[in-house]
Design a protein around this ligand. Structure first.
Ligand code: GUN
Ligand code: ZN
Length: 494
């Protein structure tokens, strides 16, 4: 990267009229090879909304807002003294990745061998690992490491499944704020579970009290305003098997109270379908519901009778949703509830494949989640890579080759939409916060070589798509050299 003398500005006639700058505005322009998904497309429209600007400029004002994204030669003119130009050379500029499902207490649990699928893995490996966060020194360390991994992976915004322990959540929010990243998180709520989960369990009353305290302390703690805050909170029952009907009733009451403050809900849905004793059958048997989603929709009494308030809505994200009925998909779409799609994790735990076409056709927003630690990758493009593979491998006519634009959309703009923050970040539209990554392929030789020597079509659009595909599938952490949130460089913790 070099900081350039601004030099002569482009002629004013080249400047699009709507991007003329107030001469007093101080700006920074980042030069590089830009890819993003412009506008507000659906996933089906994402390929058409893909923008590539090889000789690109991203101009950011002193509040961290994007004032221009386009070709370098037509960037808006301003007095040279108010413009700083950073030339990133051959590097790519991409929107920051959005991880809509990641477990902070599982930072050290990727590749944990539990000798089985979801429920065995949770009982043998995960509950004991999560119990360690009760120790404040351990909590501070894991919060630092979690934050550092996020930065290394370019995850500028994340919906983070939290720890059972307030001390650990405190460490997480503190580190995240110091780094300048965006987060939505909440303590993982468990009121029932096997012996190995005992240290994570609380009474219903304590669960409500702790969630309330966390919301009061951390929700919008930085700006006080849900439309600008980087720190936000969620109510997070671990999954239906970790709570009772009484817990769900009380969580419904709490959510009805805090929903107007912009608080989120996050949990797991329809992940493991092993017949008999797997997650989904266990939920159906335990609650006597028709559909798993009913437990989160206030219909958690036998026969799916109404027992309380719904937890669904625009600020609710369900992780996995692999094995949904049509009724569940329709209900999620109707309520604006989104899905965190986690194919890396689904492969790791043998959870199956979310039917892509059927889920898209239902109209539910699908964003990407690493699901660390069941997901053994921190990098959202690794999730997109596995999404490409598993959906191409779906049986018969369900097989789909996701377009590189759809992949980029799923890892960026769809994540912002799932978090109900699309108007703030997710792409490089003017007016949004400048959340972006600098990717230097030379820092990962395999990527650099694939970009340089890979076959490219003669047709420029097809060649563009191939380049983006190579970039997304070949990307690894070392090639992400700079991470920015709202125009400011994010630094890892000391
Ligand atoms: N379901 C309940 N808890 C978990 C968890 O920690 N990870 C995953 N993948 N699924 C869950
Ligand atoms: Zn999970």
């Amino acid at each position: 990267m070099t900081t350039e003398d601004p030099g002569p500005m482009p002629p004013a006639t080249d400047s699009p009229a709507d991007v003329r700058l107030d001469p007093a505005t101080r700006t920074t322009t980042h030069l590089g090879h830009i890819f993003h998904i412009a506008g507000t497309p659906t996933v089906q429209e994402a390929a058409a909304a893909l923008v590539e600007i090889p000789d690109g400029a991203l101009t950011v004002d002193d509040r961290g807002r994007i004032v221009y994204c386009g070709p370098r030669r037509t960037r808006p003119a301003g007095p040279a003294r108010t413009e700083r130009v950073v030339d990133h050379g051959d590097a790519f500029l991409l929107p920051g990745f959005v991880d809509t499902h990641i477990h902070y207490p599982q930072t050290y649990s990727t590749d944990a061998y539990g000798g089985g699928q979801l429920l065995e893995w949770l009982t043998a490996c995960i509950f004991p690992a999560e119990a360690r966060l009760a120790d404040p020194a351990f909590a501070r360390q894991i919060a630092r490491d979690f934050t550092a991994r996020r930065i290394a992976a370019g995850t500028t915004a994340a919906l983070v499944f939290g720890s059972a322990f307030a001390v650990a959540q405190h460490a997480l929010f503190t580190e995240t704020r110091a780094a300048g990243l965006r987060i939505v998180s909440g303590r993982g709520i468990q009121t029932v579970g096997p012996d190995s989960a005992a240290p994570l369990l609380t009474s219903d009353a304590d669960a409500i009290a702790m969630a309330t305290d966390e919301i009061d302390e951390w929700h919008c703690a930085d700006s006080g305003d849900p439309t600008t805050a980087r720190l936000q909170t969620a109510i997070i029952p671990r999954f239906a098997l970790s709570v009772t009907a009484d817990t769900l009733a009380r969580l419904g009451d709490l959510y009805a109270e805090v929903r107007p403050r912009g608080v989120y809900v996050h949990t797991h849905l329809n992940e493991n379908n092993r017949p008999g004793d797997g997650e989904i059958d266990s939920v159906r048997k335990l609650f006597g519901v028709a559909d798993y989603l009913d437990t989160y929709d206030g219909k958690f009494l036998p026969g799916s009778a109404i027992g309380g308030e719904s937890l669904l809505g625009r600020r609710t994200v369900m992780a996995h949703a692999v094995h949904c009925s049509d009724t569940e998909l329709t209900r999620m779409a109707a309520t604006g509830t989104s899905i965190a799609h986690c194919p890396v994790s689904q492969l790791f735990l043998g959870s199956g494949t979310m039917p892509w076409r059927r889920t898209v056709d239902a109209g539910v927003t699908i964003a990407a989640g690493t699901d660390v630690g069941a997901g053994d990758e921190w990098l959202i493009p690794r999730v997109l890579s596995d999404a490409f593979k598993v959906h191409l491998s779906e049986p018969g006519f369900a097989s789909v080759a996701l377009h590189p634009g759809e992949l980029l959309f799923t890892g960026t703009l769809a994540g912002a939409r799932a978090l109900d923050m699309e108007e703030r970040f997710g792409n490089f539209d003017a007016g949004k916060d400048a959340d972006f990554l600098v990717v230097e392929p030379d820092r990962w030789p395999a990527l650099a070589a694939a970009l340089r020597y890979g076959i490219r079509a003669d047709d420029p659009t097809a060649a563009r798509d191939q380049t983006l595909f190579t970039l997304l599938l070949g990307l690894r952490e070392p090639a992400i050299t700079e991470v920015y949130v709202a125009g400011r460089r994010v630094q890892p913790p000391d």
